[in-house]
Design a protein around this ligand. Structure first.
Ligand SMILES: Nc1ncnc2c1ncn2[C@@H]1O[C@H](COP(=O)(O)OP(=O)(O)O)[C@@H](O)[C@H]1O
Ligand SMILES: [Mg+2]
Length: 344
């Protein structure tokens, strides 16, 4: 362009060419440059595309560590009797101390079991073993007496519903996300389920109510709203075994209180394992298991554990003091400042 301008200017000055000819030449250079630019854009896109494709293929070619056995059982119906038998597990096989150490726990069908314990002591790991995202190193996890390793993974996960602390939704509307659990359900049935669970008030206040687009990974919803959608989804899926791992941690106390009854309804008629850091949520559980350093240290209902005056009693007292201000009771003997339980 610069050369053209200089030569053109000289040509005009000498009267060899006209301004129109220079302008036309400049125009031609413009037209010539545009495809070149596009060509270089194309190369950039191509480089980007191959890099992305490589990552996609890498993901597709990854072999999961947990594989179905050759002979697997398919259970049509399960009662929901869950047992951990002498379970020992470590994420890192070379670790000195296992995450779960020789744990025995039986949850009869239809019971609600709450698990409490300090952060990082293995509560969520138990859930991962039950859903077989990891396999035990020793012992077994059984459902209705069948080792989970003998079941097809798809079959196992049909019967176990899980709501976690941080859940991922897929882009689409709230109804689309609920429908994942029941592909044939009508809009009305899904909305009725949300109402039954008491999630309607929050979900209906969204810009387009149940037709609100949740965005990639559910990013347009708040943490608590995502948890509510997942609770409704678990309700719609109607599994025999339900696991709630800090599933109401991001819901405010009022909303939680409102869905408290609904949670009870959610647990009705199925085996439920509830891990919660607000102790009020778990007080009515049939039994409470206290996990410490990957071991079961106390088991019983709220009243027995309080009377026993052990670890749970001290947790509960600390929790009450935190929630309702200083209580008249004597100060706890062993303060547990690192507990997540006391911050609720
Ligand atoms: N995927 C993982 N890989 C390696 N270590 C893990 C993994 N998940 C959890 N852990 C470790 O296992 C221990 C128990 O974790 P977790 O069961 O999540 O505790 P929590 O009781 O808080 O739910 C922690 O020390 C944690 O660091
Ligand atoms: Mg956890």
């Amino acid at each position: 362009m610069a050369v053209l301008l200089v030569v053109g200017a000289r040509g005009i000055a000498l009267g060899e060419i006209t301004i129109g000819q220079v302008a036309a030449s400049l125009f031609y250079v413009f037209i010539f440059l545009a495809p070149l630019q596009e060509l270089s854009d194309l190369f950039e896109r191509y480089a980007n595309g191959t890099a992305c494709a490589q990552r996609i293929f890498l993901l597709l070619d990854t072999q999961p560590e947990v594989q179905d056995r050759e002979q697997v059982k398919h259970l049509e119906q399960v009662k929901g009797d869950v047992a951990f038998q002498q379970v020992r597990f470590a994420y890192d096989a070379k670790a000195l101390k296992p995450v779960i150490d020789n744990l025995d726990l039986h949850i009869p069908a239809g019971q609600v079991l709450a698990i409490v314990g300090p952060t990082g002591h293995g509560k969520s790991t138990l859930v991962q073993l039950l859903t077989r995202f990891y396999e035990v190193n020793e012992g077994a996890v059984t459902i209705d007496g069948h080792d989970v390793r003998d079941l097809a993974q798809s079959n196992l996960r049909q019967h176990v519903g899980v709501v976690l602390q941080d859940n991922v939704l897929f882009s689409g509307t709230i109804l689309d996300n609920l429908r994942l659990a029941a592909p044939n359900a009508s809009d009305e049935q899904l909305i009725a389920a949300a109402r039954k669970l008491g999630a309607d008030e929050v979900l209906e206040s969204l810009p387009h109510a149940y037709n609100t687009d949740v965005g990639a990974l559910g990013s347009h919803l708040s943490h608590g709203q995502r948890q509510l959608v997942c609770l409704v989804r678990a309700y719609v899926a109607d599994p025999a075994i339900l696991v709630l791992d800090e599933a109401t941690s991001a819901v405010d106390v009022q909303t939680e209180r409102r869905i408290q009854k609904a949670l009870r309804r959610l647990c009705e008629g199925r085996t439920a394992i509830i891990i919660a850091h607000r102790l009020t949520t778990i007080r009515d559980a049939d039994r409470i298991a206290v996990i410490r350093n990957g071991q079961l240290v106390e088991l019983g209902n709220h009243d027995t554990l309080i009377t026993k005056g052990g670890f749970y009693a001290s947790l509960y007292q600390a929790y009450e003091e935190n929630t309702f201000g200083a209580s008249s009771k004597a100060p706890i003997a062993t303060p547990q400042p690192t507990l997540r339980l006391v911050t609720g």
